[in-house]
Design a protein. Structure first.
Ligand code: PMP
Length: 410
């Protein structure tokens, strides 16, 4: 069984409950920023705050502790000779090794740019591909349902370089554009490819640029079917290991000039990225990497990705069980695919549930759930129908279980 007591049978054939801390461990840290839930507490599943991995890292104990003496890492610079001069070499090395172990992206011979989360890198990438700019701002598009932050972030500063252009499906491809491809997609968890068809006629020299946001292309969320290799690929420590608070993201970039411009953006924006965060991220990635160094031995549940995969699969099984018994809701179905990382066939277990309300009389699914004290993010924030709402699947175990209980009661 994955997870806690009322778990539906887990299909991943593991014993991850052996690795989930017992209630004692949870109680012992109950005041460490954790909520004391009562049966009528409001459950906030609007944000994708990945707190479900805390228990794992707690069990890892001292292995992940980083001690930084007062005199260390004081300079603005990390690696003055490198294109990205504020990138800690240790972090660059850990990032490359992690991609090799997982096999999710080509990182060798790519420029690594570190950012304050992939949120900052998204803006750096927009700047890089849209500058020096033309007579009109470049349209930034993404297929509906798109990640709700893209429109807000794109238009926040009213840049003369770019502007939000809406749904990529309905974009004509006649004017220069940037398409953001989020794969697996937030909110619906599907694997995606670019959708804009460039208008070949009309004599336009149309420049379409792609930014791939791969925040969720990790084995716990989706089968790893190939190492992807795009011009600009954004990743984040937040969704990979759950350390959202460290604010570490990285971009793998093919073109040197693009990497240079992204670095310049971050230089002018925040003069680099915290070294303390980078060293912590490097250490944690190194601990994950070391877990996979005994080739030939069977995968161990103490290893992060196996543990996380099992936890996500367990949660999805439980949620599907509840939704199956309801006439009100449906969930997306994902194809069964071979994962080259885990060497078995599985379905996606996304970080968000994209829930659809089928009852005709309920037009706004998020408002309906809010009445049951469950906060979610409405479909209209993702450029689509209010019949849909997005629910975080990565909160703490007690919050998730209370959510299931409430949903079953509905
Ligand atoms: N891209 C996607 C698709 C996301 O879902 C998120 C976080 N919700 C981000 C980027 C931003 O992540 P970060 O914490 O690295 O800024």
């Amino acid at each position: 069984m994955c997870g806690t007591e009322q778990a539906a049978p887990c299909t991943c054939k593991c014993k991850c409950s052996a690795f989930v801390p017992d209630n004692g461990a949870l109680k012992a840290t109950a005041n460490n920023g954790r909520l004391n839930l009562s049966p009528d507490s409001i459950i906030n599943l609007d944000h994708g705050d990945p707190k479900m991995f805390e228990s794992y890292w707690e069990k890892m104990g001292e292995k992940c502790t980083v001690v930084i003496p007062g005199w260390r890492s004081m300079s603005y610079f990390s690696d003055a000779g490198n294109q990205c001069w504020f990138l800690e070499p240790q972090l660059a090395e850990s990032i490359r090794r992690l991609h090799v172990v997982v096999g999710n992206a080509v990182a060798e011979d790519r420029h690594v740019v570190v950012g304050n989360g992939s949120s900052q890198l998204f803006q750096a990438a927009l700047y890089a591909v849209c500058s020096p700019g033309g007579p009109a701002p470049v349209n930034v598009v993404s297929a509906v349902p798109y990640y709700s932050c893209y429109p807000e972030v794109t238009d926040f500063l009213k840049s003369g370089l770019y502007q939000w252009g809406g749904d990529a499906h309905s974009y004509n491809g006649k004017d220069p554009y940037v398409e953001v491809v989020t794969s697996p997609n937030n909110p619906d968890g599907f694997i995606r490819e670019s959708v804009v068809k460039q208008d070949q006629g009309g004599g336009h020299d149309v420049a379409g640029k792609l930014i791939h946001d791969l925040a969720y292309y990790w084995p716990h969320y989706t089968p790893i079917t190939k190492p992807v290799d795009h011009d600009i690929m954004l990743f984040t420590f937040s969704k990979c290991t759950g350390h959202a608070g460290s604010r570490i993201g990285w971009a793998l970039v093919k073109d040197k000039e693009v990497a240079k411009k992204m670095t310049k953006f971050i230089e002018l924006n925040t003069i680099g990225v915290s070294k303390e965060s980078q060293l912590r991220a490097a250490k944690i990635m190194e601990v994950i990497y070391q877990g996979y160094q005994n080739f030939g031995t069977p995968a161990k549940l103490e290893n992060f990705f196996e543990y996380a995969q099992c936890l996500m699969a367990g949660r999805w099984n439980k949620l599907r069980e509840v939704v199956k018994n309801s006439e009100t809701f449906t969930l997306p179905q994902y194809p069964q695919e071979y994962c080259y990382f885990s060497r078995q066939s599985s379905q996606a277990h996304p970080a968000f549930a994209w829930l659809k309300c089928n009852k005709e009389e309920i037009e706004d699914c998020a408002s309906f759930l809010r009445r049951h004290k469950i906060l979610t993010r409405s479909g209209n924030r993702f450029g689509t129908d209010e019949k849909y709402t997005r629910i975080s699947m990565v909160d703490r175990e007690d919050v998730f279980n209370l959510f299931l209980k409430r949903l079953s009661a509905i």
